[in-house]
Design a protein around this ligand. Structure first.
Ligand code: ADP
Length: 461
C-alpha cells in the first residue's frame, strides 16, 4: 500500500513531466514548420542578393566580368552553403565553385546532408540548382547558377539554435520536475500530516479515551469535516458510555428497593418474627410484581431506547390511530370520569406505526395517571408547515419547575413515592422522546405544578 505522501508527490511529478513532454513535442513540431519556412525564405533572399551583387559589380567593373571579383563573391557564398557558377549568355563558364574547389563543395554538401539527417531522420534531400539571369539595363549579361543541398538545409548555426532551444526546454522540464517534487512533498506533507494526526486521535478514541479530541487547524475542508466527524463520534461514544454506566447504576438502584423489601419480609417470616399472613404474602407478591414490571420496562427500554432505532415507516391515518389508542384507555377514563376531547385533523404522516403508538400510549397513560378524577384531557393534531403537531394536554397535577428539566431522563420520577403508588418507573417519557427523535421530530412539555401539563409531539409529515 502506498502512502498519500508518495501518491501525491508522484502525481505532481507525473503531471509536470507529461506537461513538458507535450510542450516539447508540440513546440518542436511548430518550430520545425516555422523554421523550415524561415530557412527557405532566407535561401531565396540569399540567392537574390547574389544576383543583385553580381549585377552591381558588373557595372562597377566597367560593364565587363572580372573573374577574381566573381571568385570573391562565389567564395563568400560558399561560406553560406551555396555553390555558385557564373557563365556568359553564351554558356561559357566564367567561374565555377565546383571546379575551383570541388573538395570543399563536396564536403559542404556532405555536411548539409548530415545536418539534415541529424534533425530529421530519413530527410529526403539532395543537390539542387537554381539559375538566374544577370541583367544590367535590360540586357542579360550572364547567368548565375546557385547549387545547394535542397529543398532546404540547416547550417551549423541553425542546428545549434534548434538544439539550444530543446536544451532550454529540457532544462526547464528538469527545474519544473524538481520544483514539483518539492511542492508535491510539501503539499503531501500538509495533507498527510493532519490526516496522520487525526488517525492517531481516532486510535486513542477507539481505545476508550472518549475525552480525546482532534485539534487540527487546517484549511482543508475534508480534513476539517473529518476532524469534526471524529470529534462528534467521540462525543457520542462518550455520552453512550456515560449513559451505559448510569443505566447500570439506575437499574441496580431500581432493583435494590423491591429486592431489599422482599428479602427482609421473607427473612422475618423465616425467622418466625412475622406470621406468614395472607396480607404479608401479598406484600411480598407486590414486590415481586414490581420487580417483574421493572424487568419488563427494561426490555422495552432495550428495544426502543438508544441511537440505533430502526424505523419501518408507512403512511399512517393519524386520526384513526389516535382513536384506537383512546378506545384502549376507555375503561380507565370511565373509572376516573375523565372528559377526553379529540380534535385531530385528517393527516397522513409517514411514520413507524408501532413506535408512534408507543409514544402516544406513554404520554396518554401519563396524562391519565397524573390527572385527578373528573379531570380533562385534550388531544389535538394539526398540520404545521411540513410537520405534524400533536398535543396532549391535561389539567392534572402538573410538574414542578425543578422536575421539568429531568422528566425525559431514564428512571426520573417527579414524586417518587406517588409515582411508585401509580406504578411508574420513570422510563415512559425517555422512550417516547427517543422514538420521536428517531423520526426526526421533537417532544416538548410545558407544565407547572398544579396547572396541568401539555406534551407536544412534532414529527415531519
Ligand atoms: P412514569 O412511568 O413514572 O410515569 P415517565 O417517564 O412516563 O415515567 O414520566 C416521568 C415523570 O414525569 C413521572 O414520574 C411524572 O412525575 C412526570 N409526568 C409525566 N407525565 C406527566 C403528566 N401528564 N402530569 C404530571 N406529571 C407527569
Amino acid at each position: 500500500m502506498k502512502t498519500l505522501r508518495f501518491k501525491l508527490t508522484a502525481s505532481y511529478l507525473l503531471v509536470t513531466l507529461i506537461a513538458f513532454a507535450l510542450i516539447g513535442v508540440f513546440a518542436n513540431i511548430i518550430l520545425e514548420k516555422q523554421f523550415e519556412q524561415y530557412v527557405i525564405k532566407n535561401l531565396n533572399q540569399k540567392n537574390a542578393d547574389i544576383v543583385a551583387t553580381l549585377e552591381n559589380r558588373y557595372t562597377a567593373w566597367g560593364d565587363k566580368w572580372d573573374v577574381p571579383g566573381i571568385e570573391n563573391i562565389g567564395m563568400s557564398a560558399l561560406g553560406d552553403g551555396l555553390i555558385v557558377r557564373v557563365s556568359t549568355p553564351d554558356q561559357t563558364v566564367l567561374w565555377d565553385a565546383m571546379t575551383h574547389n570541388s573538395g570543399m563543395c563536396a564536403e559542404l554538401l556532405q555536411q548539409m546532408a548530415e545536418n539534415m539527417e541529424s534533425r530529421t531522420g530519413g530527410f529526403n534531400g539532395g543537390y539542387t540548382e537554381k539559375s538566374y539571369p544577370v541583367t544590367v539595363s535590360g540586357t542579360t549579361v550572364g547567368n548565375v547558377t546557385i547549387g545547394y543541398y535542397g529543398p532546404y538545409f540547416y547550417t551549423e548555426n541553425d542546428i545549434n539554435f534548434l538544439n539550444t532551444l530543446n536544451g532550454l526546454l529540457l532544462l526547464a522540464a528538469a527545474i519544473a520536475a524538481v520544483v514539483s517534487f518539492i511542492l508535491g512533498t510539501f503539499m503531501a506533507g500538509r495533507l498527510s500530516g493532519p490526516i496522520s494526526r487525526v488517525i492517531k486521535t481516532a486510535d486513542q478514541i477507539s481505545e476508550g479515551n472518549y475525552r480525546d479530541r482532534v485539534k487540527e487547524s487546517t484549511n482543508t475542508r475534508e480534513i476539517v469535516e473529518l476532524s469534526a466527524t471524529i470529534n462528534k463520534l467521540a462525543e457520542t461514544l462518550g455520552k453512550q458510555e456515560i449513559l451505559r454506566k448510569r443505566l447500570t447504576a439506575d437499574v441496580a438502584h431500581e432493583l435494590r428497593t423491591p429486592l431489599a423489601n422482599l428479602q427482609s419480609h421473607l427473612e422475618a417470616m423465616i425467622d418466625g418474627i412475622w406470621e406468614p399472613s395472607a396480607e404479608r404474602l401479598k406484600s411480598c407478591h407486590d414486590e415481586a410484581l414490581r420487580l417483574s414490571k421493572i424487568v419488563g420496562d427494561l426490555e422495552t427500554l432495550a428495544r426502543y431506547d438508544g441511537e440505533n432505532i430502526v424505523l419501518h415507516k408507512e403512511r399512517i391515518h393519524l386520526s384513526e390511530l389516535i382513536k384506537k389508542i383512546v378506545i384502549s384507555f376507555e375503561n380507565e377514563m370511565r373509572s376516573k370520569n375523565i372528559n377526553l376531547q379529540c380534535d385531530v385533523a385528517e393527516l397522513y404522516p409517514e411514520a413507524d406505526k408501532d413506535k408512534l403508538t408507543q409514544v402516544l400510549v406513554n404520554i396518554l397513560s401519563n396524562a391519565l395517571k397524573y390527572t385527578n378524577e373528573d379531570g380533562r384531557i385534550q388531544i389535538t393534531a394539526a398540520r404545521d408547515d411540513d410537520k405534524v403537531r400533536i398535543s396532549i394536554k391535561d389539567n392534572g397535577i402538573g410538574i414542578s419547575q425543578e422536575d421539568l428539566p429531568y422528566i425525559f431522563e431514564r428512571f426520573y420520577r417527579a414524586d417518587k413515592s406517588r409515582s411508585r403508588a401509580t406504578g411508574g418507573s420513570g422510563i415512559g417519557l425517555s422512550i417516547a422522546k427517543s422514538l420521536v427523535e428517531a423520526h426526526g421530530g421533537t417532544l416538548n412539555v410545558t407544565s407547572g405544578y398544579g396547572s396541568g401539563s401539555e406534551f407536544i409531539i412534532v414529527i415531519p409529515i
